[in-house]
Design a protein around this ligand. Structure first.
Ligand code: NAD
Length: 329
């Protein structure tokens, strides 16, 4: 029995969460869920986007499933607070092609490893007399930790190359440290090829020749942008999952936000949330059940017409979830 904290959030967050819970409920793994709140709706009810109770429960759980939230200007971000409070230093964002999906590339399997706690998302921004400044924090410890995590991920998943993405020619001190730590860590993994790209070139190569990448490790903002770009190569945000991993806790969430343009219509694609749940099952050591769920999802993506509109179908979110559940064998 695993204790799971569930944070549905706002917009399409609750419907993709309901869809994911509907399919994982049919697996041979027992979860004890507790649903708690964060985001815009929570702010309207309680005056905070992220109550202490939500943070405490997530800290005590075996894992947390997070839907999506709408950003409330002028308040602290609930997801960034959770990443900091739970010390979820690694954000894994796979960029994977799925058979049957109309996408730019059919052969991609890239893992983006994004540093999750510092960089330009350190939350230190202030107005000055001339405008505003944001502080970009890069520490040796966090850079070393995320690079080591990326090489270990590569090693444990049979991948052969890790590319550091940075801008050390312009950001000589901050990204100079990130780059130095990357090559120090690389020395301990002689069996894995290590190379580097400036972020502008990496953005171009991701579109032009993405097959050159296997694992990308990068800082917070660059990873956020490149992973959305990656999602665009393989079928869009409806198919992009992520994992936030720390030494004690882990949180799984789709890359997408609350999608206010389609919220309430019941047509959001549940796949990103279900793929995030698959990453959670693997994290918990339930690799057999994870594979079973992945097979069911791939079966539907490749062969079924019960797909949401972003995938070319006309199904509702829960109809697609039901179709996936029916293919679990
Ligand atoms: P978004 O990811 O919500 O939506 C971008 C586009 O992708 C929209 O056209 C949307 O309809 C589509 N889309 C996203 N998920 C989809 C799905 N599952 N199925 C079908 N289509 C999908 O990004 P946005 O519109 O820039 O942001 C909306 C809100 O979400 C903002 O308040 C933003 O700050 C917030 N946000 C939250 C998170 C998070 O909770 N982690 C992440 C990103 C953005």
């Amino acid at each position: 029995m695993y204790n799971l904290t569930v944070i549905p959030g706002d917009g399409i967050g609750p419907e993709v969460t309901e869809a994911a819970l509907h399919v994982i409920d049919a697996l041979e793994v027992n979860f004890n869920y507790t649903t708690v709140y964060a985001g815009e709706g929570c702010f309207k009810e309680t005056g905070t986007t992220i109550p202490e109770e939500t943070i405490d429960l997530a800290k005590q759980s075996d894992a947390t499933l997070f839907g999506a939230v709408t950003t409330v200007p002028g308040t602290k971000s609930s997801i960034i607070t959770l990443r900091k409070e739970l010390e979820l230093y690694a954000n894994l964002r796979p960029v994977k092609s799925y058979p049957g999906i109309d996408s730019l590339y059919k052969d991609l399997d890239i893992l983006i490893v994004r540093e999750n706690t510092e960089g330009l998302y350190s939350g230190i921004e202030e107005y000055t007399s001339e405008g505003a400044t944001a502080t970009r924090i890069i520490t040796m410890a966090a850079s070393e930790k995320i690079c080591r995590f990326a090489f270990n991920q590569a090693k444990n998943s049979g991948r052969t190359k890790v590319t550091a993405v940075h801008k050390a020619n312009m950001l000589q001190k901050t990204d100079g440290i990130f780059r130095k730590e990357f090559f120090n860590v690389a020395e301990g993994f002689p069996e894995i090829e290590s190379d580097e790209k400036y972020v502008d070139a990496a953005a171009m190569f991701l579109v032009y020749k993405p097959q050159i990448f296997n694992v990308i490790v990068t800082t917070n903002l660059f990873g956020d942008i490149l992973s959305d770009e990656g999602a665009g190569l393989v079928g869009g945000l409806g198919l992009a999952p992520s994992a936030n991993i720390g030494d004690k806790n882990a949180l799984f969430e789709p890359v997408h936000g609350s999608a206010p343009d389609i919220a309430g219509a019941g047509i959001s694609n549940p796949s990103a949330m279900i793929l995030s749940a698959i990453m959670m099952l693997n994290y918990l050591g339930e690799s057999y059940e994870a594979q079973k769920l992945e097979n069911a999802l791939l079966n539907v993506l490749n062969h079924s017409k019960v797909l949401t509109p972003d995938l070319g179908g006309s199904a509702k979110t829960m109809e697609m979830a039901e179709e996936i559940r029916s293919k679990l064998i």
